[in-house]
Design a protein. Sequence first.
Length: 218
Amino acid sequence: MSVESPSAAPTTGAAGGPGVAAADLWFDPSCPWAWLTSRWLLEVAQVRPIEVRWHVMSLAVLNSGREVPEAYREAMAQAWGPVRICIAAAERHGAEVLGPLYTALGRRRHVEKAEWGPETFAAALAEAGADADLAAAATSTEWDEALRASHDDGIGRVGMDVGTPVIAVGDNAFFGPVITPAPKGEAAGRLWDGVLLVAGTPGFYELKRSRDVEPIFT
């Protein structure tokens, strides 16, 4: 299952209108880089005719069975909770809840530095207008099949050697862009213009350099 939100708030105006491009984003709420990419896309939506559609992928699923450092293994154990909650909320309330719920979760985690846990989950669900009892999904496997299907839909477009975020533009998908801080205003729009350019270039696969700064959330 791929969960998408054709009209999710807070996405943009003009969704679905003539000439509006769809930007499909697969995110894991635990990933700071995905959070920055998502904030950039919301900025793009203010200056370019795009519709942001939200999907869930999971770093815990991606790294399942892999040899990873102990500290990262512990982080992945915690990462199951928020993605399960997102999938459960989308199945109950519809995919339009994903945008607001991701914003509520991500702001608490990355900006306010809250730990994942029942209080954080309940507060984010309430902010997004979702049922508070869905916080229990964090420790349930009930939605794991749907979670894996949404994850596989995203990662299957780009291959197993990448992570989150994944963006699809039309028939083309790629990992990234990995950016910090998130560009705003017309700077966000110009980066989107570049994304469209490379997405429309047959045979384009990779443009990369090593990161030398930590995520900047302000």
